[in-house]
Each structure stands twice: as C-alpha cells, then as structure tokens.
Design a protein around this ligand. Structure first.
Ligand code: NAP
Length: 219
C-alpha cells in the first residue's frame, strides 16, 4: 500500500529558503508532499533550492521560487500575493527561516548592526506572519506558522546582543500570535535550534565555536 504523504494538499512558504536550515526545511516539506514556495533575498539561491526539490525521484509538484526582502513591508505583502496567485490559495504552512547575524560586543556595536538584525530577524518575522495570517483568515483557511528563533533568544550569547534580542522577540511574538489566531484554526509555534553548521555559522570565529561547545556539549 502506498504511504500517504502528510502534506500532499499543502502549499508551504519558506523564507530564507536559499540556504542552510531554510533549504533543508524546503526539501523535507517537499518530501512530505507539499508544494513549496521558496523565498529568499537571493533569488538565484531560491531557484537553486527549487531545482533540488524537482530532482528525479522526489514527489512531482510545481514548486516555485520568489525573491523577497522580508524586512520590507511592501515586499512581504507582495510575496503573499504572488504565492497565492501562483498556487491559487494561500500557504497553509509558513516557515520563517530568513535571518542574519552582525556580531559585535555591546561596547562596540553600531546602530546599523543593531537595526539590520532586528529588521530581518524580528520585523521580517512580524511582516511575513501578519501577511500570511491575513491571507489565511480572509480566505477562511486553517494553517500552521513556524518561526525559527534560537536557543540564543533564551540564554543569550557573547557578541550577540542584537541577535539574542531579535530571537527573544520572535518567541514573544509567536506566543502572542498563537493566542490571537487559535480561534481561526491557525497555529503559531517557534523552534529554538542550537548550533547547526550552515553558511551563517561559518562566519563564527573558531575560538567562539570552542567556547560554545564547552558550554553546550554534554559533560
Ligand atoms: P543561512 O544559511 O545564512 O540562511 C539564511 C537565509 O536567509 C540566507 O539565504 C539569507 O540570504 C536569507 N536572508 C537574509 N536576509 C533576508 C531577507 N531580508 N529577506 C529574505 N531572506 C533573507 O542561515 P541558517 O543557519 O540556515 O539560519 C536560518 C535561520 O535559523 C535563521 O533565522 C537563524 O537565525 C536560525 N538559527 C540558526 C542556527 C544555526 O546554528 N545555524 C541556530 C539557531 C537559529 P543571503 O545569504 O542572501 O543573506
């Protein structure tokens, strides 16, 4: 008997889908049968992800790539319109993976580095969550919104005041959205990964990595 795919009728929107966790999430969602709308600031990277999903042997689905800056309100709104137009319905699964780091100790952190990280990691999650929720509520569809936070949002990390604040913000935003949208059949959850090797973490200096392993690896 053929295995029933859990997401065979779902459209899944993934931001930050051109790299790291967002690309891996896109692959997994496609394996579960979802049609994936892969969004990234880097449009070519998003298209490359879609090419991976369309590999022979994977479920035959019409996936699509979108170039979007999630930190810009007009772009986030247009993204949802484009996804809805492309798949004829709003995404019922939304995974916000887009994120950046601009690490520096508090004593030296520039306002620009603070603003950039908050704009992408926190405002970007707000804009995508709001646009997706509005599309789902106005079409009467249920859905699941998943926002990628970080363990750093709970415990902090040296050199990451901006990043830890943005990720703590994502946790609070997600808990509140879950309370507001439950009545519409829309779930909202955050995931707090630990350290995962991706292009983002390749920028972390080795001595910082060593310190993190010391703190987090089981003794
Ligand atoms: P990554 O490989 O750098 O992927 C992040 C993606 O987001 C990149 O493709 C990036 O595009 C894209 N992006 C950046 N700014 C954007 C914007 N304004 N609009 C749309 N897309 C944008 O990083 P990752 O490690 O997979 O991280 C994914 C998420 O998991 C992030 O939210 C990160 O904070 C979180 N996380 C990661 C770890 C870890 O250890 N890796 C741990 C906890 C949480 P460009 O490359 O063009 O900038």
């Amino acid at each position: 008997m053929a295995t029933r795919l859990r997401l065979s009728s779902a459209v899944a929107l993934v931001t930050g889908a051109g790299s790291g966790i967002g690309r891996a999430v896109s692959v997994r969602l496609a394996q579960e049968g979802a049609a994936v709308a892969a969004c990234d600031l880097d449009g070519a990277a998003a298209r490359e992800t879609v090419r991976l999903l369309d590999r022979p042997g994977s479920e035959k689905k019409a996936h699509a790539a979108f170039q979007t800056d999630v930190s810009e309100a007009g772009s986030a709104r247009r993204l949802l319109e484009q996804v809805q137009a492309c798949f004829t319905r709003p995404p019922s699964v939304v995974v916000s993976c887009a994120g950046v780091t601009r690490d520096e100790f508090l004593l030296h952190m520039s306002e620009d580095d603070w603003d950039k990280v908050i704009a992408v990691n926190l405002k970007g999650v707000f804009l995508v969550t709001q646009a997706a929720a509005q599309a789902l509520v106005s079409s009467g569809c249920h859905g699941s919104i998943i926002n990628i936070s970080s363990i750093i949002g709970k415990v902090g990390n040296m050199g990451q005041t901006n990043y830890s604040a943005s990720k703590a913000g994502v946790i609070g935003l997600t808990q509140t959205v879950a309370q507001e949208l439950g009545r519409y059949g829309i779930r909202c959850n955050s995931v707090l990964p630990g350290f995962i090797t991706t292009p983002m973490t390749q920028k972390v200096p080795q001595k910082v990595l060593d310190k993190m392993w010391q703190m987090w690896s089981p003794s």
